[in-house]
Design a protein around this ligand. Sequence first.
Ligand code: GDG
Length: 462
Amino acid sequence: MARVVVVSNRLADPRKAAAGGLAVALGDTLNATGGLWFGWSGKVVDESEGGTPGEGELHTHQAGNVTLATVDLCKEDHDSYYLGYANRVLWPMFHYRLDLADFNKQSLAGYRRVNQMFARKLMPLLKPDDLIWIHDYHLIPLAAELRSMGCGNRIGFFLHIPLPPPLMLAALPGHEWLIRALFAYDVVGFQAQADVNHFERYVHSEADAEMLGDGHYRAFNRTVLARAFPIGIDVDEFAQLTHGKEARETYETMREQYSRRRLLIGIDRLDYSKGLPQRIKAFQELLASYPENRKSATLIQIASPTRESVDAYADIRHELEHLCGQINGDYGELDWMPVRYIHRTVARKRLPGLCRAGRVALVTPLRDGMNLVAKEYIAAQDPADPGVLVLSRFAGAAEQLREALLVNPYDTEGSAQAIQRALQMPLEERQARHQKLLERIRAQDVHWWRKTFLQTLENAQP
Ligand code: GDG
């Protein structure tokens, strides 16, 4: 295979133990092809330190066979490109939260400036046959910028978050420009078929695109192949982690503490898209409507801190803390608290132990591109005595994981009923569902995802 160049907002060092399956999977491919990984260094340079908008120092270093190339951002670029346009406009918009989107021309200008700067820095590092794979909403216009500098390589794009329906997308000022930028790619990958359908309807109605069949769309004098490539996890790696020292320790502590009690778990970044307040309300409804769960069911909710300098994230944190305090105050006993809320990042090596100890996992985002926690939970179960996955129908993962208990997270009573059903599910049914789910996450794991995407890109006509 040709050399692979991955571009993402942030880089993860594939050799670090803390890196997740995605970093490792991309790292494998990069290593095998002597590839290049390009993105922001994570460093923000102040004006006083010489940071200038649209400029950033390039650093390269070698990690095994892989070249890591990063650029710093000055504060103004970081605030407008990353905090502003990416996280205050595109993230809420694409998660159907128009109400939280904060459109302004400075953010958009910063977004364009940083994408242009990335293109300028990347261009000299490219070889003519490189396969370029660009990731996520931070970098949608990057291929268009590269093309304008004469880049003729095959370039693919993968959107990790949902694509909203056309009328919602049309509310974004400058949406025509953004979607047009997707036509600079040869292959555009989405998480779910629902996203592809939204893309198709958008380009049909707003861009007068020609449908050439088999996922090919023609507009703006270019043809793009758009398809769903549902991302997966490294099932074996995660299952193996379950047997590691830290995971076993966590599992045993949980089993000891909750031996007679049933443990429910939630593991999320503290993001408003993840439906955490709705989840706590559903759990509260469970305790209210099915009192046999009082003093017996406990929800451990890990909410790892993220994007804390964006207001909407401070708001969701306060709302969640209020709800957890309320439910614990209303239902807690001297020897039992319904919710254990942990606002910290838990070590990755412990997560599989927590997953395995959880009788039920609540994965109930209001919108999610895919949701990997759902898949990690399945991978960590003991097949002889597996737990039950309660999954939002609005997670991309719901298209694949049909044997989970699917819920509408906005429906508090319906969600509480599903949790009750999960808690009472007989062993045989749990086993049958788990077996099917495990087959599904194995069939389309992270290696399948990267191979399928890259093969599609390699076969695309440049
Ligand atoms: C985006 C899309 C899409 C969570 N808490 C802790 C922790 N995690 C890990 C999980 C999982 C990962 O973070 C989260 O992945 P998700 O898929 O749930 O969500 P996003 O971060 O929103 O990712 C999403 C994904 O991209 C991939 O395409 O699925 O839809 O939004 O691996 O285990 N890890 C550690 N401590 C924590 O406390 N170590």
